[in-house]
Design a protein around this ligand. Structure first.
Ligand code: LMR
Length: 320
């Protein structure tokens, strides 16, 4: 017989992430913790560590593979260093017109096949969680393509984002998310790109005088678990967690659009950042400058994956 305390000790899932709790990912992670507890009747305890408290971008991936944490939801831009470069397809500028286009991939066969590619890295992909479309920010107005010339722009660790910034004459610099605010504040970099929700909750607007609603690319997440841990769970627990995850995905995706709208409104109210909405013609020129990145990166990402997305979303780059 096991002592009662031991028999009852819950399975702990450490869920580490880098953003604030008050973001689509932060809220969905908290919701998952609550539902996991409820649906397993206390047999699973999910401990959420937000804001890079436990690990920064690069370290969290290593920690997951080593089993020091069991669950993460890194941005799709952060999987290539694991050797799964296909994920950078989500970084291609202007590939998705809206959430509707995006969901054709994240909720369809192309997305499911991408998640399967993680298995060989000891990782199981459970779901895609939405965040949103990115804005550009800096301490100078960003209206025309020329305005980006020579600006040092913080990016996530993605070669596609690197190429995207170079395509408009900017100088990309990879930095961990947790280091971005300080880098902007001290002038290590001049600007950055992120969905408004991330920008606002990290207070980046306090150190960026200008923001342009370019919506030039998408940033979202794959929720992943350590495969050995996941496969080793009792089947009934895995079933309950799968249900909790499906519900949490709905929370993330139902929150994401509004959250980003609200963040933009709060940035505006703060009065610290001037917000610019590019007109159709300006956005077209930005698109024209960035679209060559699709071809440039085809051999890295895999042309097949790109073509699959074009097909699902009816995207034809030749018809600009
Ligand atoms: C970033 O590094 O800018 C984002 O990936 C942060 C996040 O997790 O949304």
């Amino acid at each position: 017989m096991l002592p009662a305390a031991f028999a009852q000790s819950p399975i702990v899932i450490k869920f580490s992430h880098v953003v604030a709790t008050d973001t689509p990912k932060g809220k969905a992670a908290e919701f998952f913790a609550k539902r996991a507890m409820e649906l397993t009747k206390g047999k699973v305890k999910v401990e959420v560590y937000p804001n890079s408290q436990l690990y920064k971008d690069k370290e969290e991936m290593e920690a997951l593979q080593l089993g020091s944490v069991q669950m993460l939801a890194p941005s799709l831009s952060k999987f290539a260093p694991l050797g799964v470069k296909e994920f950078e397809v989500f970084d291609l500028p202007f590939i998705f017109d809206d959430y509707n286009d995006l969901h054709k991939i994240t909720q369809g066969p192309v997305g499911a096949n991408l998640l399967k590619k993680l298995e060989s890295r000891g990782i199981t992909g459970l779901a895609y969680w939405d965040n949103g479309f990115k804005v550009m920010s800096a301490n100078k107005p960003l209206k025309s393509v020329e305005d980006y010339k020579g600006l040092k722009m913080r990016i996530q660790s993605s070669k596609v984002l690197d190429a995207q910034m170079r395509a408009i004459g900017a100088l990309p610099q990879v930095l961990a998310f947790s280091e971005t605010y300080q880098a902007l504040q001290t002038g290590v970099v001049d600007g950055t790109e992120n969905p408004p929700s991330n920008l606002y909750t990290q207070k980046m607007h306090e150190v960026q005088k200008h923001l342009s609603i370019t919506n030039h690319g998408y940033l979202g997440y794959a929720v992943v678990v350590n495969k050995k841990f996941w496969d080793g769970l009792p089947a009934d627990i895995r079933t309950a967690l799968t249900k909790a995850m499906a519900e949490s995905t709905k929370v993330a995706n139902d929150t994401a659009f509004q959250d980003n709208q609200d963040a933009l409104a709060k940035v505006k109210t703060s009065g610290k950042t001037t917000i610019y909405a590019p007109g159709l013609a300006e956005r077209f020129l930005l698109k024209k400058a960035m679209i060559p990145v699709h071809k440039q990166m085809a051999s890295r990402i895999g042309d097949e994956t790109i073509q699959q997305i074009y097909k699902e979303t009816n995207f034809d780059p030749s018809k600009l």
